[in-house]
Design a protein around this ligand. Structure first.
Ligand code: LLP
Length: 423
């Protein structure tokens, strides 16, 4: 359920017609719906009712200040993977104690920063990182609250580029080794063991891999507790999928069913449950609004060239991801459709948003909305081909605000310097 719907033949974000945003902010532009965001958070939070829990929004999905602040106001914590994300989370009003710091390559500077800032939990991904952190904590006269991220060797059954829970992936500590590493951790002066963490992949559309991973974790927690290792937090990661093409090739489980699996696997262990959802909260809360630059008839294909490019939304080029494409002017019921390739202006053959997509007759200048663009859209954007990052807009009811203005070309160029010797 989202709040991007047609009203009187025009696609709206909540009560705001998208052509109004296009006119005032220009295109391409990301548009977020605060009501959708809040609804998704509440659905998950309520499904977890009855279990002591904290939902930590994975900022990597969308680190827009407005998005993070809206979730913070509902009580969300944050899952961050860099000092930058941690700083954004705090700037958006999330208390450091409610932040979990994950990531396989945290630098010594970032570990020190996390300790100084009072970050609630550091999820460690290797024995080497544990030793480094203990040294840094001792030096700073602090105790680092840690969880080990365990790699449960479970196939998430998702796209190879976004699966993380297999032995051959770089993530986590192999689950058979974890017990040993915990024993070492207990002896280290700068370390306070608080939990265990797992994350097996993203855009999961089946509950079975979650269940397999959570049950492995359950056994591990029992073993650790029996050994006197004080596990208080179980961090179950993120990964629950969202519908990109409703009813067609992916029908992700409902948060309620996910919560049932969680409770049945680890609900009775007397631990606080931590979650790191990204896509689930923001995926369907955002669209990418773009304008058709021109229609081009190739010898074997018809192209719809839009003003957004793969630098603005990388997912189709990188993962062959499907995004719904909605004409902002509602097509007449039963309108004839034809197969077109919707492409961007980037000088790469992979700059294709949809190939052979059946769409109604379109015209130059028309607005299109790419659906489910709220997660891993803006956050993965770049300035490739000399294109400034595109603006972001937050909508709430009938109001909207630009939360990231479109940079001018001058300000983009001003980010760079010429070496002195080039005058
Ligand atoms: N926790 C950890 C440790 C993660 O690595 C991730 C995602 C999450 C939480 C959040 O996962 P989510 O709930 O959003 O599935 N760029 C890709 C997705 C990469 C996900 C990376 N890790 C995409 O556009 O599909």
């Amino acid at each position: 359920m989202n709040h991007f719907q047609y009203r009187n033949g025009v696609l709206h974000a909540e009560e705001v017609p998208l052509p109004l945003i296009a006119q005032q902010v220009g295109t391409p532009v990301y548009v977020y719906s605060q009501a959708t965001l809040e609804r998704h958070y509440k659905v998950l939070d309520q499904a977890l009712d009855g279990a002591d829990h904290l939902v930590c929004f994975a900022l990597k999905a969308n680190p827009s200040l407005g998005v993070v602040a809206a979730l913070a106001a509902l009580g969300a914590g944050a899952d961050v993977v860099s000092e930058g994300e941690a700083r954004i989370a705090m700037a958006a009003g999330i208390a450091p104690e409610k932040i979990v710091f994950s990531g396989v390559g945290k630098t010594e500077e970032e570990l020190a920063f996390a300790l100084e800032a009072g970050i609630g939990q550091l999820n460690l991904e290797s024995y080497e990182e544990l030793l480094e952190l203990s040294h840094i904590a001792e030096r700073l006269g602090k105790k680092a609250r840690i969880a080990l991220r365990v790699n449960p060797d479970v196939d998430a059954g998702t796209h190879a580029k976004i699966t993380t829970g297999l032995k051959e992936n770089k993530f986590g500590i192999e689950w058979t080794q974890a017990h040993n590493v915990y024993k070492q951790a207990m002896k280290l002066p700068g370390i306070e063991v608080v939990g265990v963490a797992v994350h097996i992949g993203s855009q999961l559309t089946d509950l079975q891999p979650f269940q397999d991973a959570f049950l492995r974790l359950r056994d591990l927690v029992a073993m650790l507790k029996a050994d006197g290792i004080p596990i208080r937090h179980i961090d179950l990661g993120g990964g629950l999928g969202v519908p990109y093409e409703p009813g067609v090739n992916e029908t992700p489980p409902l948060p309620g069913d996910y919560a049932k699996v969680v409770k049945s696997c680890v609900g009775d262990l007397g631990c606080k449950l931590v979650f790191e959802p990204g896509r689930l909260l923001v995926g369907n809360a955002g669209i990418l609004l773009t304008r058709i630059v021109r229609l081009k008839e190739g010898s074997v294909k018809s192209f719809v060239v839009v003003d957004a490019g793969m630098n603005d939304l990388m997912r189709p080029a990188l993962y062959d991801a499907y995004h719904d494409i909605m004409p902002v002017t509602e097509p007449k019921p039963g309108a004839a459709k034809r197969a077109v390739d919707v492409v961007g202006p980037i000088c790469e053959s992979s700059d294709v948003f949809a190939a052979g997509r059946l769409l109604p007759m379109l015209y130059k200048g028309e607005l299109l909305a790419f659906g489910t663009a709220g997660a891993y859209g803006a956050s993965m954007a770049s300035e490739y081909n000399g294109r400034p990052l595109i603006p972001e807009v937050m909508v709430k009811g009938g109001q909207f605000a630009v939360t990231r203005p479109r940079p001018s070309y001058d300000s983009m160029i001003a980010m760079q310097r010429l070496p002195d010797w080039m005058g």
